[in-house]
Structure formats: C-alpha cells, structure tokens
Ligand binder design. Structure first.
Ligand SMILES: *Cc1c(COP(=O)(O)O)cnc(C)c1O
Length: 401
C-alpha cells in the first residue's frame, strides 16, 4: 500500500473543538505537551547579518515581544482558526482591541457611524475621544439597519456595532449593515464579545474586522485581561500590525498562555452557560414579579427571527426588568446567595449587574432611557453552576421583592 496523508494533518480540516485544543501549537525543541510560556521581551540573533535580515523582514523570526512573541502567536493562530479569519492579533485588553481597530482605520476628517447601544468604554471612545482627534461620529439606533445608511456621509469610513448589545441584548443585523457599509466603501467593525465566537461569526456575515474582550468568555475564569482583533491578512498584517508595533497596546505572553488554556474549554463553557441561560429566561419569563425578560432566543424577544438567523444560541446573558423600580432590583440582587454582584461577564461564576448605577452610571438619564437602561433593569451573566441552583437562587431573590 502506498502511504497516504491523513487529511486531519491539515488544521483547516479539523472541527472547531479539535482546533481549540490543538490549533496554533508551536512546540519547542523540548516537545512539551501544553503550550509553552515564553516570558521574554527580546530575542538574540546568531550574527549581525541575521539581525539585519530579520529587521528587513527577509527572515521571519522574532524581534521584540511588543509585536511578536511565540506564546502570543499561538493564541493568535488559535483565535484565527476559531473565527475562520485569515489573521488575528492579541491585545492587552478588549478596549485596546476596540481602540486599535478604530484608530488604525481612521484619520482626522473621517466620520464613523456607530450603534448607540455600546459597552460604556466603547461609547466613550466613539463619542468623546474620536471627535477630539477630528473624527466625527454619529450614534444611531442600531435595531434598524437603515439608520446606518441615513447617518452615512461621503467621508464615512467606519461602521461600528456590538450585537447583542450591552446590557439590553438588542440585536443589530450584521449582514444588512455590512452591505450598507460596503456600498459606501466603508468598513464594518463588530464587537462580538456578548455573542462569543461560538455563537456568532461576524466575518462570515460580512464584517471586515471583529473585536473581542478575551477577559470575558475566552478566559472565562476571572483571571486575566486580554483582547483580540481578527480579519483579513491585508488589514491585520497592514494597518493593525503597524499600529500595535508602533504604539504598544500588546498582549502579555503570560495572559496569552492563560487565554490559550481558556480556548481549550471555551466551546464547552459557552454551550453549558447558554443552555442554562435559556432555562433561566424561560423561568423568568413566567414569573409574576418579572415585568420583562430579554433573551435573544426567547420567543418574546422583539428580534427573535433575526436572533435565530444570526446566532447559533441565545447567548450566556439574560436581562430582566423586575416589577417596580431600582429598590426592587437591588432587593432581588442583594438576596442572592450563589449569583454574585459584579460588573464582569462571561465568567464561570454567575454575575448580576445593575447597569444604571454601575456600568452605565456615566451616561445621562436621557441617554440611558434611550438605550433601555431603566431603574428596574438587571443583567445576568450565567456561569457554570447547576442551572437548577441558579433558578432556585433567583426564585428566592424574587420572593424578597
Ligand atoms: C468588556 C467589554 C469590552 C472591553 O473589554 P476589556 O477587556 O474590559 O477592556 C468591550 N466590549 C464589550 C462588549 C465588553 O463586554
């Protein structure tokens, strides 16, 4: 028999679960099982000529960990395999990823159209910082894609959105906005933190760049900060690589190592939390003290049809409005024993947040209400605890309202 090549030797032929365990691994001469942690800032060269060739990009080796490190490279390769992207870059935080994605695509005189329901710091960058640097921005209600078209100007270079949105889990139709952007020669950047790369694939829907806070589900165990940007080789290897190399919002190798381990279990964790979140949404939807439950795959969601089309699961987050006001919302959160009060999300530990008084405190009441952030709104990030325990915890909390 002639020797044939195993098709699974090609990483691209492997299913996502396999890629998340093996993808991107570069073993050193020691043959370690787990990915190695390269906690070094610099690299040495065998000769001056070799150093010169490396700086001229004639030799692909490492130069300096601000822009290239073997452990960070492994994280980037594994992320690219997961997203189905040509290339990826790791960043220090999710905000470093979003800021880098925007800054690398924009210059003074340009215009950005963004959905207004954004993670607090993303909104700060779009609304406050970009205009300071001569980039105008318009915030629109992202639920109707036509609002992006209406707000576009001849100098609009970037469309930016997050879906599902924080904290009210509204959806934006990625494919429709991508089409509007591309008709105008603009690029679409999607912050995909809430959906995770497991439940939603923005690049496949037409986005040009996708950003993550790896601090959330990718670590998923409350340990390190991190971020990622993914897209074409041209965009990532060009503007974005140069921006990171020259300005330094780089991912620490230790964090990349922790996040590589997070990727190994990401799919298991996200699927488990999503299944529990669906059960919790059903429970809350039938509870007499709950005015409204917001969950993308719950029948009551106003964009249920889009959620079915765009997302492979309903997300690990559930939002709810308790009957009453802020006092009732506080009473529910304060009575919980398993679910913790915190502002993080995507963690193994379930977390409840009162957005009005914490993550969205900086916004005016008018801006908050425009985004659906009412005094009785709570955001629940569903973790990996037993789903029935979480429901019992919420049942007790609601009994105290
Ligand atoms: C957390 C988060 C960010 C920022 O990420 P950090 O890692 O905290 O900097 C950006 N966008 C969304 C939607 C987030 O949830």
């Amino acid at each position: 028999m002639t020797k044939s090549k195993n098709p699974l030797a090609d990483p691209k032929a492997r299913a996502a679960a396999t890629q998340m365990v093996h993808g991107g691994t570069e073993r050193s001469q020691h043959g370690e099982t787990s990915e190695a942690m390269f906690l070094n800032s610099g690299y040495i060269y065998p000769s001056s000529g070799a150093a010169e060739r490396r700086f001229k990009n004639e030799d692909p080796g490492y130069i300096y960990s601000r822009f290239s490190n073997p452990t960070v490279d492994m994280f980037q390769s594994r992320m690219a395999l997961l997203e189905g992207a040509e290339a990826a870059r790791g960043l220090a935080t999710g905000m470093a990823a979003v800021t880098t994605a925007l800054m690398s695509q924009l210059r003074a005189g340009d215009h950005v159209v963004s959905a207004r329901a954004l993670f607090g710091s993303c909104r700060y960058v779009v609304e406050d910082y970009l205009p300071r640097w001569g980039v105008a921005s318009t915030l629109v209600d992202g639920r109707d894609p036509e609002n992006f078209a209406r707000a576009a100007r001849p100098n609009t270079k970037v469309f930016f959105l997050e879906t599902p949105t924080n904290p009210t889990l509204e959806l934006v139709d990625i494919a429709a906005v991508a089409k509007i952007a591309h008709e105008r020669g603009a690029r679409l950047i999607v912050d995909n933190v809430f959906a995770t790369p497991i439940l939603q694939k923005p690049l496949a829907l037409g986005a040009d760049l996708v950003c993550y806070s790896a601090t959330k589900h990718i670590d998923g165990q409350g340990r390190v900060m991190g971020g990622a940007i993914l897209g074409s080789k041209e965009l990532i290897g060009g503007d974005i690589h140069t921006f990171i190399r020259q300005t330094g919002p780089s991912m620490a190798p230790f964090n990349a190592w922790v996040l590589l381990k997070g990727l190994e279990t990401l799919s298991l964790r996200v699927r488990q939390s999503t299944e529990s979140a669906g059960k919790i949404a059903d429970f809350l939807g039938n509870h007499p003290k709950v005015a409204r439950v917001i969950y993308p795959h719950h029948k009551a969601h106003p964009q249920y049809e889009l959620a079915q089309r765009q997302m492979a699961g309903g997300s690990t987050l559930v939002a709810l409005e308790v009957k009453g006001g802020q006092e009732e919302a506080f009473r529910l959160a304060d009575a919980l024993a398993v679910i913790l009060i915190s502002n993080n999300l995507g963690d193994a530990k379930s977390i409840i947040t009162h957005p009005r008084t914490t993550t969205h405190q900086r916004l005016s009441e008018e801006a908050r209400l425009e985004s659906g952030i009412t005094p009785n709104l709570l955001r629940l990030s569903v973790g990996l605890e037993d789903a029935d325990d979480l429901i019992r915890d919420l049942e007790f909390g609601l009994s105290q309202v």
